[in-house]
Design a protein around this ligand. Structure first.
Ligand code: ATP
Ligand code: MG
Length: 371
């Protein structure tokens, strides 16, 4: 019966595609399977008769990392950790091996150390190819964005000069010609049109000149303080005041403070402008959840109808008669540049909530989890 059990276990071990190596406390390799011989490119005979020290320590020059992992497991008992190391076989072929280890114990006594060694070269190479591909796409995307920004900047520049001369000349003629009321109205509308075009050009320039965020660790409270101060000035300019509802916020952000303040200010300006009351109630909240920071700005303003909601982030979409309609476009671009999301939920006549979600830390996510 014992023999049958042993045979079954042996068969299972031999059919594993992962290399198995069991070392006794005295350092002898007491068990290994065929996969181990293939992966390490060491004949079964050598493995059976050798101690781990002879095999792995004496071969100091070739596989330092691999040897060190084995040594750490045996000497420092660094088990249950996944290590991925480069291993060069006798023919000089380099493979990536994933080593996992564990101890076999009987009560307090150490009976054996078990190593599982997997050849992950193919997976690693696939991941590398995928990463190369992603890097290329990211490169192309930023080239495209850079190209579009340059185009917008130069168009804005080209439009600006004739625009200045249209506005300036119309102003001059309006002041110096003797005109009847109808002619004056026509000149006024040319001047107003030139002003409007000027603000559109200005908005396009500032959108195109948003630079890549220079991120740093900043207290969210500091950014909010700057935005709220700006919003207070903005509200006074619009003959309004703000009643703030903001608990003390003790969160750090990994952001470009100037850009992020600009995005938050755009949301606050909207809460002030799109409000029927002169005393505008705005509440701000922030929390961390599942590795992300959520910041919400809520107002009890006029709200947005469900038909209009899909368009609010579009460039130059505005329901203000003289609005440029770039506030939310710029805010969303800034948040997206921080790898975040900006969304708006609203009920017409009740109010609006803008929510920013950004990663808690902007440490570049590991494109490649293998070394
Ligand atoms: N808090 C809000 N309450 C109600 N409507 C809003 C709110 N925020 C945005 N909107 C709607 O979304 C539109 C687009 O907003 P956005 O900030 O992009 O442009 P704008 O405020 O009209 O102009 P600009 O910000 O360029 O001065 C607004 O015109 C308005 O209709
Ligand atoms: Mg706005």
């Amino acid at each position: 019966m014992q023999n049958t059990d042993e045979r079954i276990v042996r068969n299972i071990i031999e059919s594993l595609s992962v290399g198995l190596m069991v070392i006794s406390p005295s350092g002898v390799i007491v068990m290994h399977n065929a996969a181990l011989c293939t992966i390490l490119d060491i004949p079964a005979m050598t493995l059976s008769s050798a101690s781990w020290a002879e095999l792995f320590i004496e071969d100091v020059d070739r596989n330092t990392d691999f040897n060190q992992v084995i040594l750490d497991v045996i000497e420092k008992r660094a088990v249950e950790m996944r290590h991925i190391v480069v291993y060069e076989n006798t023919g000089g072929k380099r493979r990536r091996l994933c080593i996992t280890s564990s101890f076999l114990q009987e009560g307090e006594e150490l009976v054996a150390i078990v190593f599982l060694i997997e050849d992950v070269t193919d997976k690693y190479e696939m991941l590398e190819k995928e990463n190369d591909y992603l890097r290329k796409i990211q490169g192309l995307q930023s080239e495209r964005i850079e190209g579009l920004n340059k185009l917008a900047m130069s168009m804005a520049h080209q439009i600006r000069n004739p625009l200045m001369s249209i506005g300036g000349s119309s102003n001059f003629l309006l002041k110096n010609l003797s005109l009847d009321q109808r002619e004056r109205d026509l000149f006024d509308s040319i001047i107003q049109g030139a002003h409007r075009l000027e603000s559109i050009v200005q908005a396009a320039r500032s959108f195109a000149s948003i630079l890549e965020p220079q991120q740093q660790e900043v207290p969210l409270a500091n950014i909010l303080k700057m935005s709220c101060e700006k919003a207070n000035v903005f509200s006074v300019d619009h003959g309004r005041s703000v009643a703030w509802d903001m608990p003390s916020i003790d969160l750090q952000l990994q952001v470009d403070p100037d850009l992020f303040e600009k995005a938050l200010s755009a949301l606050l300006f909207n809460s002030i402008e799109f409000n029927a009351k002169n005393e505008v109630a705005i509440s701000i909240s922030a929390m961390e959840q599942d590795g992300e920071t959520l910041i919400s700005v809520t107002d009890l303003g006029i709200g947005i109808s469900s038909e209009d909601i899909p368009y609010v982030f579009d460039p130059f979409y505005s329901t203000k008669p003289d609005g440029v309609g770039m506030g939310l476009t710029v805010a969303r671009r800034i948040v997206t540049e921080h790898r975040g999301q900006l969304t708006l939920t609203s009920v017409a006549g009740k109010g609006t909530t803008a929510t920013i979600i950004i990663p808690c830390s902007y440490s570049n996510s590991n494109l490649c989890s293998l070394p």
